[in-house]
Structure formats: structure tokens, C-alpha cells
Design a binder for this molecule. Structure first.
Ligand code: NAD
Ligand code: ZN
Ligand code: ZN
Length: 361
């Protein structure tokens, strides 16, 4: 029997989110229904609500979640009812050309549920990043469930489902931070701070946090930033060069994703250094750079989809580091909120008051 449960949708571009009844089908072949226990509010949910990702409204928001598998469909072997899982939005196929090349984190054919969750009038919903987890239970592809140790609280574990994994992986997987590297991170929200924590764990010795908000810079220091730069008052390129013997950083992570921050990242890295774009731009944004500078400065300009993570490899590893006290997931949680308070969490995010608000169900 399909269930009808409460969930948070964005009905139209820019409109406030609504808590409505949603019909969740029983899992079909290859699918699982997961009882959501916690779901963080990521900036990407706000991008969806504003129409910055695509126009496929209405969206079922929320995608940074952990919970318990309630039921699985035919042929599912990866997980079983009762498993504690983190939901991932890149369930790799194992067969596409990226997977065949041994680079499954780039998988070009990731899986989502085949059936649709709907409003009670039958309107099909687009789940954010193929998840949709501001809801009591959600329908996903079984491969989107990554089993982890239940010892971690759902509030902490769920964060690995998106922003924290993306930031950590942007530095460690995509950026390939090595011991002794200098790293600058532009934008110190949940994603940027996770990049800072990842860089610190990987042995970077100079870690420069850049933000326009002093409150965020103070928090970034707690995650391992060795220096901070408020870029509303000064040119971050000059500041980063000064902090790296005049050269620029080996790696600059843009965790904002705007033309101006991307240009800052481009010029704030050392010759042959790396830029990693993990912040998500909106469709109208463009960036213009002298082609001679692109050539002359060398190095690599990369994007980081989900931190180039492999959920089955990286989620359990990060939970282990968390349990050992080496990666403080709890420090990302500014507040826990009810499912009826997502709009309030967006406002706090826009005012810079939170790192992560986490909906607890
Ligand atoms: N690539 C991925 O897989 C992935 C995954 C999750 C999130 N994201 C994206 O990462 C970005 C950050 O997400 P978040 O949840 O940390 O957001 P957030 O709103 O919590 O943090 C953004 C931070 O950037 C700062 N900022 C804003 N403008 C700035 C500027 N011009 N210069 C310096 N700092 C500035 C803000 O003060 C804030 O601290 C978003 O674009 C989000 O969509 C990407
Ligand atoms: Zn694939
Ligand atoms: Zn996200």
C-alpha cells in the first residue's frame, strides 16, 4: 500500500516552501523506501526553490539525509529493512564509459527511483538531486542507500549525504591535497568548512579561509584554518599571495560558485596550481578570462561533483574518522529543527547565521 506522509515542496520559482501530503509508492524492482531520521538544509535546496537548478517544479526538497530502510523492492540485495543508511545522490552504475574506465566517481548514468512520488492529486514531484528527504519516508534507488554504522547519530551521519562530503572530497579527492600543501577555501559555509577540515586531515600546513562574514571565519578556524581573510574589506588574491610567500596557494577551492569568486580562485593559486569549483553557479553566470592567463598559469581547473566521492568507499571511512574523534561532524550542526521550519532555515542561511540546520524527524 502506498503511504501518504508529510513532506516539504517548492511549488513555484521563488515561492515559500510548503508542508503538504505526499504519496510514496511501495518500492518496485531495484528501489527502497527509507524512513528519514535527519536531513540537513543545504544551499542547493535553496537553489532549487529559486529555480536556479532547473524548472521542473514542484520539487520535493531535502537531500542530505540518513535513516532506516523500511522496505525494499524485488531484486534488491545491497540493503535490507532495518539497515541504517546515508542517502547518496550518485549511485554508480558500474557499466557506463566512466565506470568502465575505472573512474566510477564520474559515473554518467547514476540511478534514481523509477517510480515517482506525487501530490495527492497525482502531480509528479521532482525530488531534489533524485532524493527528496524533507519527508517522513522517501523512495530511492537501492544503490542510493549506503549502509553505515548506527553508532553515528542520524543528525551527524546525514551531513555526509551532500555538502560535507562534497567539501571534504573537493579538497581531498578532486584537489588531491598533499602533506605540506597550501590551500585556500573561498566561502566558509558547510561545504567550505568541510574542505578546510579535509585539507587539515590530509596534512596541508597553510589553510586560508576566505569569507565575507567574520562569524564564518571564526568558525572556520575551529575546523583547521590557519589564516582568515575577510574579502569584503580586502582583495583576497593579494591576501592569499601574502600568506604564501608571494606565490599563491597550491590549491584554491571555490565553495561559493560565482564569477567573482572563481576569478579570485583562478588568480590566487600558485603557477601550475589547482582550482576546484565545488560551489554551484546558476545558468546566467559567465566568466571571462584572458586566454593567455589560462595558458600561462598552467595547472588544472577542475569541478567537483559531490566531492568526486564513492559513497561505498567514503561514507564508512568518514564515519570511522568521526567515531575516532578526528572529523567533527557535530560541529557543522548549528541547530536541529522540525520539518515545518525549512523556510526559516533558508532565511537563517541567507543571513549567514547557520552552518547547517538539520531537520530531525
Ligand atoms: N558540487 C557539489 O557537489 C555541491 C554539493 C553541495 C553544495 N554545493 C554548493 O556549494 C555551495 C556552498 O554551499 P553551502 O551549503 O556551504 O552554502 P552556505 O550558504 O552555507 O555557505 C556559503 C558561504 O559563502 C560565503 N560567501 C558568499 N558570497 C561570498 C563571496 N563573494 N566571497 C566569499 N564568501 C562568500 C557566505 O558568507 C557563506 O559563509 C553552494 O553553491 C551549494 O549549492 C555543491
Ligand atoms: Zn557508471
Ligand atoms: Zn546539497
Amino acid at each position: 500500500m502506498p503511504s501518504t506522509v508529510k513532506g516539504v515542496i517548492a511549488r513555484r520559482r521563488g515561492a515559500e516552501v510548503e508542508l503538504v501530503d505526499i504519496v510514496v509508492p511501495d518500492p518496485g524492482p531495484g528501489e527502497a523506501v527509507v524512513r528519514v531520521e535527519a536531513c540537513g538544509v543545504c544551499h542547493t535546496d535553496l537553489h532549487y526553490r529559486e529555480g536556479g537548478i532547473n524548472d521542473e517544479f514542484p520539487f520535493l526538497l531535502g537531500h542530505e539525509a540518513a535513516g532506516t530502510v523500511e522496505a525494499v523492492g524485488e531484486g534488491v540485495t545491497e540493503v535490507e529493512p532495518g539497515d541504517f543508511v546515508i542517502l547518496n545522490w550518485r549511485a554508480v552504475c558500474g557499466q557506463c564509459r566512466a565506470c568502465a574506465k575505472g573512474e566510477p566517481w564520474y559515473c554518467f548514468n547514476t540511478a534514481n527511483a523509477t517510480q515517482k512520488m506525487t501530490l495527492t492529486d497525482g502531480t509528479e514531484l521532482s525530488p531534489a538531486l533524485g532524493i527528496g528527504a524533507f519527508i517522513e519516508k522517501t523512495l530511492v534507488a537501492a544503490g542510493q542507500c549506503t549502509k553505515v554504522d548506527r553508532e553515528a547519530s542520524a543528525t551527524a551521519a546525514g551531513l555526509l549525504g551532500c555538502g560535507i562530503m562534497a567539501g571534504f572530497g573537493a579538497a581531498v579527492n578532486t584537489g588531491g591535497v598533499r602533506r605540506g600543501d597550501s590551500v585556500a577555501v573561498i566561502g566558509c559555509g558547510g561545504v567550505g568548512d568541510a574542505a578546510i577540515a579535509g585539507a587539515a586531515l590530509a596534512g596541508a600546513t597553510t589553510i586560508i579561509a576566505v569569507d565575507v562574514d567574520d562569524r564564518k571565519l571564526e568558525i572556520a578556524t575551529g575546523f583547521g584554518a590557519t589564516h582568515t581573510v575577510n574579502s569584503s574589506g580586502r582583495d583576497p588574491v593579494v591576501a592569499i599571495q601574502e600568506l604564501t610567500d608571494g606565490f599563491g596557494a597550491d590549491l584554491v577551492v571555490d565553495a561559493v560558485g560565482r564569477p567573482e569568486t572563481y576569478k579570485q580562485a583562478f588568480y590566487a593559486r600558485d603557477l601550475a596550481g589547482t582550482v576546484v569549483l565545488v560551489g554551484v553557479p546558476t545558468p546566467e553566470m559567465t566568466v571571462e578570462l584572458p586566454l593567455l592567463d589560462v595558458f600561462g598559469r598552467g595547472g588544472s581547473l577542475k569541478s567537483s561533483w559531490y566531492g568526486d566521492c564513492l559513497p561505498s568507499r567514503d561514507f564508512p571511512m568518514l564515519i570511522d574518522l568521526y567515531r575516532q574523534g578526528r572529523f567533527d561532524l557535530d560541529a557543522f550542526v548549528t541547530e536541529t529543527i522540525g520539518i515545518d521550519d525549512v523556510e526559516g532555515a533558508f532565511s537563517k542561511m541567507e543571513r549567514g547565521e547557520v552552518l547547517r540546520s538539520v531537520v530531525v524527524l
